[in-house]
Design a binder for this molecule. Structure first.
Ligand code: 13P
Ligand code: SF4
Length: 303
């Protein structure tokens, strides 16, 4: 029996579903019950009523959010070491330090943070709704972490003072894209539409025709009447874009834009995780309770 057939059989036997991020390997995307961006995956995890087990094929903070939002489910991460380096850049101590400096300023945290950090913020956001979240707050200044590029993007769109915490938190994968890469592709495809993820640098954001989360990019491509798209986010999204839009052309601006953490998940590891029911992700309830409030506030805005 092929590995994907074995996984499907286990899924039925154990009443499990597979949620996968847009950056997962093609063979994982092809077997997933749902593929999406951070907010889409969290929403899907909240809505899940039937399944007993959720296999979360992504990185640590996303699986943690699923546990926080749906504490009755068993949430499995196929690879324990799949950890987002940007999420590790903001510790609770660092948040507390900034709160002492700005006691009256609300703290907005990107979901790419550990549960312990989420427990110390006022509201969460994703790249899909960061502008809306900051706009909704009755404050002209916010503390925003951990991605300083997303912070700059939010500042540009809202006009508010957005203080990045830590000062220069970043995603190592999105940092790989340079405006020169786009210029080079444009020489070959002058009419191509440039799609940029807001985790990219401000210089990259300035050359964009469209800025959005991974799923927003997928939606935009479907609606946009154009032949060629230049993509500046992790390469895993190319599989979905090509599969959903066989007549359109996609060029990754920098070919080695790979998130090694997302790619730690393989079909073999996913199979073992489901078979042995590991690695179970847990969040201590006092932390989960506080983090849940910050996530739910975000969902209230988006409902
Ligand atoms: P989104 O899929 O929400 O755009 O997030 C991108 C990302 O880098 C997740 O780690
Ligand atoms: Fe973290 Fe960047 Fe990888 Fe997303 S792409 S998991 S932000 S390192």
């Amino acid at each position: 029996m092929k590995l994907n057939e074995k996984i499907n059989r286990l899924k039925r036997e154990k009443n499990a579903i597979i949620l996968a991020h847009n950056y997962q390997r093609p063979e994982i995307q092809d077997i997933a019950d749902y593929i999406g961006d951070s907010i889409g995956l969290s929403r899907r995890a909240v809505e899940e009523e039937e399944a007993k087990i959720i296999v979360f094929s992504a990185v640590d903070f996303m699986a943690e959010s699923a546990v926080i939002l749906n504490p009755d489910k068993k949430v499995l991460l196929p690879t324990l070491g799949a950890r987002c380096p940007m999420a590790q850049m903001l510790t609770v101590d660092e948040i507390k330090r900034w709160k002492v400096l700005y006691p009256l300023v609300p703290v907005v945290l990107y979901v790419n943070t550990l549960a312990s950090a989420k427990a110390y913020c006022d509201i969460c956001c994703t790249s899909a709704n960061a502008v809306e979240v900051v706009d909704s707050l009755d404050a002209e200044t916010v503390l925003f972490g951990p991605d300083h590029n997303l912070a700059e993007y939010v500042h540009g769109r809202t006009g508010k003072t957005v203080i990045p915490i830590p000062e220069r938190g970043f995603c190592p994968t999105h940092l790989l894209f340079q405006p020169e890469d786009v210029q080079l592709v444009k020489m070959k495809h002058p009419d191509a539409i440039v799609m940029v993820h807001p985790e990219c640098s401000v210089e990259m954001q300035n050359v964009a025709d469209f800025i959005g989360s991974t799923s927003q990019m997928c939606r935009y491509v479907k609606e946009k009447n154009a032949e060629t798209f230049i993509v500046t986010t992790e390469e895993g999204i190319m599989h979905r874009l090509r599969k959903e839009n066989p007549k359109k052309k996609f060029v990754l601006a920098y070919e080695d834009a790979v998130c090694p953490n997302m790619k730690l998940n393989t079909l073999e590891r996913l199979y073992t995780a489901l078979k042995e029911e590991k690695h179970v992700i847990t969040v201590p309830e006092p932390v989960a309770k506080r983090a849940r409030k910050s996530l739910e506030k975000m969902f209230e805005l988006n409902s």
